[in-house]
Design a protein around this ligand. Structure first.
Ligand code: IFM
Length: 449
């Protein structure tokens, strides 16, 4: 049941009536992912995340996503929340392990969800992979890319009569780095630079998925890559070189192949297979480019010690060290709040990729804060939407903005300790309560129309 809004949420009006106007066609939405909200583990095949969370010590609060927000059973209530918010679009992910469950009957859930969204006037925007790989598969195997394309064809066939906007992958950078290089996420490998094939195979999977979607008649296809400006800790050449390297790993390695059809210098030769041929697939044109943005990163030369940062432990032998950005607020996760870095990121993309950059959609932006009267989240979102508008004014073709996230949910290795939702979810009862930020976003959307 949706509890009535918190007093602040009911009475909140847009605190920023002078908010700049966005184009009429601008797409406003919110994002979630299957593993983080659905629950209903018995109605899907297992994923690498089920195995990972069952291992003691992997998830900080010892929790699992077995129930999560029970969205699988409460999706109608959640679609009502989306309708109340007044968003144009809802970005969710299709769980690959659910899609293949019971000979494909697991896809019935997405049929129902998409119908409900369409009936509520909310455009469904599925992401086809958001980290919950079926446990029988492995991104170290090249064949997983081909298997992904097969699965994508099945989903497109099933939902393509109602879905008109698609996202292939979510954040292959994090899935590679956290899941396969550092071991902080599933499947928990610590391969460091030997994890690079995981990046290549996901990028290949993206290109094959674009082809599969087009073959099924789909258009309006993008990818959701995470990006953020990298700032050197100082102008010292060792710090600048370390920051440049970090920028290659986090930004260019995932954007250049998709947008330019090439890897940054020195990377292609580290990748497996016929890289030149694969790059032609990876660079299959997309209709728009999705950017998940949270924060910039300050990077310096290695310090020879392990570093704890934003919930991660980074080994001492990395060729860079992540440093705190001083003098800015931080979220409950310890992530710096720097809205102007979003403008910098977008204008930087425009400079680097020029006419090769298709229209951009911010596919995720948000922050973790406790509380239902979440004024800190409102300040974060307000600052970032304004920063986005400045990028538009500077000539970057941005077409949409999705808040992460609709609901407080299972934040991977942090368990339920981090709350990113516009809607509070009670961990015991699963009762939903819209926060002050829900009302703020609703009022912003109303003011834009
Ligand atoms: O919760 C995640 C999401 O799954 C991917 N992008 C970042 C979010 C916040 O950490």
């Amino acid at each position: 049941m949706i509890r009535r809004m918190a007093t602040d949420a009911r009475t909140a009006t847009n605190p920023t009536p002078e908010f700049p106007a966005f184009p009429d066609t601008f797409l406003w939405g919110v994002s979630t992912s299957a593993h983080q909200i659905e629950g209903a583990v018995d109605e899907r095949e297992p994923s690498v995340w089920d195995v990972f969370t069952a291992e003691p010590g992997r998830v900080k609060d010892g929790s699992t996503a077995a129930v999560a927000c029970d969205h699988y059973h409460r999706y109608r209530e959640d679609v009502a929340l989306l309708a109340g918010l007044g968003v144009d679009a809802y970005r969710f992910s299709v769980s690959w392990p659910r899609a293949v469950f019971a000979g494909g009957r697991g896809l019935d859930f997405y049929d129902r969800l998409v119908d409900e969204l369409c009936a509520a006037g909310v455009r469904p925007v599925p992401t086809l992979f958001h980290w919950d790989l079926p446990v029988t598969l492995d991104w170290l195997d090249r064949d997983t890319a081909a298997r992904f394309a097969e699965y994508v064809s099945v989903v497109a066939e099933r939902l393509g009569d109602r879905v008109t906007k698609w996202i292939t992958l979510n954040e292959p950078a994090e899935h590679t780095l956290l899941g396969h290089a550092l071991g902080a996420h599933a499947p928990g490998r610590q391969l460091l630079f030997d994890a690079l094939p995981v990046a290549h195979h996901q990028l290949l999977a993206h290109g094959l998925a674009v082809r599969a979607l087009r073959a099924a008649g789909a258009s309006d296809i993008g990818i959701a890559n995470s990006h953020g400006p990298t700032w050197p800790a100082s102008q010292d050449s060792a710090d600048v070189a370390a920051a440049d390297f970090y920028d290659v790993l986090l930004n260019q390695l995932f954007a250049d192949p998709v947008l330019l059809g090439e890897y940054p210098a020195g990377i292609g030769e580290l990748m497996p297979g016929d890289v030149e041929a694969d790059l032609k697939v990876i660079a299959e044109p997309v209709d728009w480019y999705g950017i998940n943005y949270y924060a910039p990163t300050r990077v310096g030369a290695p310090q020879g010690t392990e570093i704890e940062f934003g919930g991660l432990t980074m080994p001492a032998d990395l060729p860079f060290s992540v440093r705190q950005i001083e003098g800015v607020p931080v979220t409950d996760f310890g992530w710096p709040v720097v809205p102007e870095a979003l403008t910098e990121l977008l204008t930087g993309f425009r400079e680097r990729y020029g006419d090769r950059l298709p229209p951009v959609v911010i596919t995720e932006n948000g922050c973790s804060y406790e509380g239902i009267d979440d004024q800190d989240r409102i300040a974060y979102l307000d600052g970032h939407v304004r920063a986005l508008h400045r990028a538009l004014a500077a000539g970057v073709d941005v077409r949409g903005y999705f808040v992460w996230s609709l609901l407080d949910n299972f934040e991977w290795a942090e368990g339920y300790a981090r709350r990113f939702g516009l809607v509070h979810v009670d961990r015991e009862t699963l009762e939903r309560t819209p926060k002050a930020s829900y009302a703020w976003f609703r009022d912003l959307l109303r003011a834009q129309r």
